[in-house]
Structures are given as structure tokens and as C-alpha cells.
Design a protein around this ligand. Structure first.
Ligand code: UDP
Ligand code: MG
Length: 336
């Protein structure tokens, strides 16, 4: 059986409910991170439940992870959990962020196959049968690959595209382009994933890193059903930095290369200045001095910043704090 939930805290009286610790499994789990998704929960379940019922009659669970929402999301989840034995609610102690909410759900779910899907219906649940069919052909990971995105701004599309292309250049393992967290995974993959202890998590990259047999399923990403994106620019940049620092130390190497380039230019300038001095030409030095100082100064700050990103992450990892904390679990039968 799998080890204890990956670096999370589940209150003792709920601990027995954690996954597979000798407990019975279900055929299918669907893990849905929810942050302020009050407006979409009903619509999500209306589409998701029939799909699950058809794919794994009676043997599925829908795990809705409430990531510290400020609206009625948890109440909505509670109502559905009371109505259906297949719906489990996990309430995190606060907003831990999308990737950790996902991690908590993956740690606590029991399915032999696990589907990860966004709450906002941007990823069509109706693709599940196709994904399961591919899993049946022996694939451990079936990831949705967006061939188009509806209803998203030009800025989101182009920044996402730039991000994936940049990532490809920086990261040593191949992370497929234009994939999100919408994917079906086998139990073996989820168990392996749960053993990855890091706190700064870029889930789609980590799943790629795991290997196994993976296959893409192209789909059109729909517009958000309701509400607004929780990924404004700052969060997207944060995810991008996690992705790069989590998988590559190339920026550290690039920092030294950048330093070497600046040093070479500096050396050239020194030679030029000496030559001018020897020839007795007065150098009208002020402008170039300022320029050189500014360029070198900012180059050094940038390099320090890159170092700082890695150092800060090491610091946080060494504190060894739990990555996520559960406040309450609802809807899971005590002896299941
Ligand atoms: N989400 C979350 N915690 C957060 C932010 C987002 O659990 O702090 C969830 C959100 O409810 C949704 C998914 O992560 O189910 C993706 O978020 P969103 O749709 O806002 O991102 P986008 O699709 O715009 O990239
Ligand atoms: Mg979305």
C-alpha cells in the first residue's frame, strides 16, 4: 500500500480515512480542486456524475477539495456530499493554492484510476470514456492537450504559449506543450506521485517526470462556465518560476554565462580605455562610466535574484513543514 499522504496533515480522527491504508478502493476517483467555485459546483456535478456513473457504475468517488474558499463553496460541497455517497469533500485549513489542493486530493483519493479536472468545466468531463479506453490499452497517463482555447483572452493564450515554449528550453525532461492538469492517471502513477515530497509543486511537470506510458488526448478547452480565473498574471508568473526552478538548474548556469559575457564586454572596454589613454586622447568618460556601472549593477542583481530563488526554495524545503493541512473531510463512510 501507499505511504502516508504526501507531506500533508490529516487530523487523527480522519487519518483512518486516508487512502488505501488497507481500505477498499474504488474503480475511479475524480479529484477537483475548488477555490471560490460556488457558482459552478452544481453545474459541474450535473455533468460529471452521469459520466462517472456510466464509466464506473457504483464504484467511483468525486473528491472535491475546497481550497480555503471565501464563498459558499464548502456549503455547496457539503450539500452534495450529504446527497450522494459518491461525493467526498475535503476542506483544507486555508487557501494552499491550486497545486497543493490537487496534491491533497491525490493523496487522499482511493481510485484505481484517478481523473484530475478543474471545477470550472473548462475541461469537458465527457472525455472520460475516451481516456479510460486509452488507459485500457495500457497507458498509465492520459493527458488532455488543448488544441484550442475558447473564451480566453489573447494575452492568456499568448502568455501560456510563450511559457510552454520557454519551459521546453529550460527543462531537461520533456513536458508536453499546452497541457494543463486535466489528466487520467493509474494508481501506480498516483502512488509514485504521492512519494514526491516537494512543497513547490508543478504537478503536470512532476507527472511527466515520473515517466510510465503517457499519451496525449487532444481537446478544445472551453470557456469558464462561471466566475473568474484565479490565475492573474502574478500567479501565472509564480507557477512559471516554480516550474523552472523545480525542474532545472539551468538558470544558475545561465547566470554564470551571463556574468562571463558581461565580464568579456567589460574587459573589452578596459582595453579600449587603456588604448585611448596611451594615445593621449581624453576619454569623455562620464556617459560610458554610468552606462557600464548600471549594466553591471543590474546584471549582478539579476544573478543574485536567481540565486535567491533557489536558496529561498531550499530554505523552505528544509523547514520540512507539512505542505497542506486538512480541516475536515465530509461524505466518506467511516468504515469504507
Ligand atoms: N484553484 C484552487 N486554488 C487556488 C486557485 C485555483 O483550488 O488557489 C482551482 C480552481 O477552483 C479551478 C482550478 O484550480 O478548479 C483552476 O483554476 P482557474 O480556473 O482559476 O485557472 P485557469 O483555468 O484560469 O488557468
Ligand atoms: Mg479555469
Amino acid at each position: 500500500t501507499a505511504a502516508a499522504p504526501a507531506r500533508g496533515v490529516v487530523p487523527d480522527d480522519l487519518g483512518a480515512l486516508s487512502p488505501r491504508g488497507g481500505r477498499s478502493a474504488v474503480a475511479l476517483s475524480v479529484v477537483v480542486p475548488c477555490y471560490n467555485e460556488e457558482a459552478v459546483i452544481d453545474a459541474l456535478l450535473a455533468r460529471l456524475e452521469p459520466v462517472c456513473e456510466a464509466a464506473a457504475p457504483g464504484s467511483y468517488e468525486i473528491v472535491l477539495v475546497n481550497d480555503g474558499s471565501h464563498d459558499g463553496t464548502w456549503a455547496a460541497i457539503g450539500a452534495h456530499a450529504a446527497r450522494s455517497p459518491h461525493i467526498v469533500g475535503i476542506d483544507l485549513s486555508r487557501n494552499h493554492g491550486h497545486q497543493l489542493a490537487l496534491t491533497a486530493g491525490l493523496s487522499l483519493c482511493r481510485g484505481n484510476h484517478v481523473l484530475v479536472i478543474d471545477a470550472d468545466l473548462q475541461d469537458p468531463p465527457e472525455l472520460l470514456p475516451e481516456m479510460l479506453a486509452l488507459a485500457g490499452q495500457g497507458y498509465d497517463v492520459v493527458y488532455g492537450q488543448r488544441i484550442d482555447r475558447e473564451g480566453e483572452t489573447w494575452f492568456k493564450k499568448s502568455s501560456a504559449s510563450l511559457f510552454y515554449r520557454l519551459l521546453e528550453r529550460l527543462i531537461d525532461i520533456p513536458i508536453p506543450r499546452d497541457t494543463g492538469d486535466f489528466r487520467l492517471m493509474s494508481r501506480a502513477v498516483v502512488d509514485a506521485f504521492n512519494r514526491m515530497p516537494e512543497r513547490h509543486r508543478f504537478v503536470r511537470g512532476m507527472v511527466s517526470w515520473l515517466g510510465f506510458r503517457q499519451v496525449a488526448l487532444p481537446y478544445v478547452r472551453e470557456a469558464r462556465f462561471a466566475g473568474e480565473t484565479h490565475y492573474p498574471l502574478a500567479r501565472m508568473v509564480g507557477l512559471a518560476v516554480d516550474a523552472v526552478t523545480g525542474f532545472s538548474i539551468k538558470p544558475l548556469r545561465m547566470a554564470s554565462i551571463f556574468g562571463a559575457v558581461c565580464g568579456t564586454i567589460g574587459l573589452g572596454l578596459v582595453v579600449w580605455a587603456l588604448w585611448a589613454w596611451l594615445e593621449g586622447r581624453t576619454v569623455s568618460g562620464w556617459t560610458s562610466m554610468i552606462a557600464v556601472t548600471l549594466v553591471l549593477g543590474s546584471a549582478q542583481l539579476m544573478i543574485l535574484g536567481v540565486f535567491g530563488e533557489y536558496l529561498g526554495r531550499m530554505y523552505i524545503e528544509t523547514k520540512n513543514r507539512p505542505a497542506w493541512i486538512v480541516r475536515e473531510i465530509t461524505g466518506r463512510p467511516p468504515h469504507d
